[in-house]
Ligand binder design. Structure first.
Ligand SMILES: [Zn+2]
Length: 173
């Protein structure tokens, strides 16, 4: 067996290396010149392919579960900005004081109070705690269909559909 790079006869182990794009059988010395062994390549490709399939399926299933909540979701009150401002003033906090307490920027507090930004559940939770107010309330489901019937008798809105779905999924639980 001769090394395809240096031409010496190889005693013992031969190496398969990729050198400048060519697949060569080489001696141990010349194997060091190669960027990688071409024997490893096919098996390296096979392994990740087999592994990748399953996690993707599990992930999509997980996402679907999260879209139909098992526990009752809380809704943000419509007048959250007013509630935050009133509670902040009642406590004698400035924007800065409140920002420091909940570890948020003053600009965030201002946006919340002027309804330019909705707090996510985490932020709403912090505000509730700092100001001792309610920002997240259980959905008012009994009220919703009546309002929809009164204003738009036959139209089915997206909110209506979601409301029905949530209710039926809870009943089956
Ligand atoms: Zn060689």
């Amino acid at each position: 067996m001769q090394c395809e790079v240096c031409g010496r006869s190889i005693k013992g182990k031969t190496f398969k290396a990729i050198i400048e794009g060519a697949r060569l059988v080489v001696c141990p010395d010349c194997a060091l010149l190669g960027s990688m062994s071409w024997e490893l390549k096919p098996s390296e490709q096979r392994k990740p392919r087999a592994k990748v399939h399953r996690p993707i399926k599990q992930k999509s299933r997980f996402v679907m579960k999260r879209q139909s909540p098992l526990e009752p979701t809380l809704e943000l009150v419509a007048d959250f900005g007013t509630r935050i401002r009133q509670a902040r003033e009642a406590n004698g906090f400035s924007h800065e004081d409140l920002g420091r307490r909940i570890n948020e920027k003053i600009s965030v507090i201002r946006k919340l109070e002027s309804h330019k930004m909705k707090p996510d559940n985490k932020l709403a939770g912090k505000l509730q705690h700092a100001l001792k107010i309610k920002l997240l309330v259980p959905p008012t489901r009994k009220k919703l269909p009546k309002e929809l019937l009164a204003t738009t008798p036959k139209a089915v809105t997206l909110g209506d559909l979601i409301g029905h779905r949530e209710r039926s999924s809870e009943e089956t639980k």
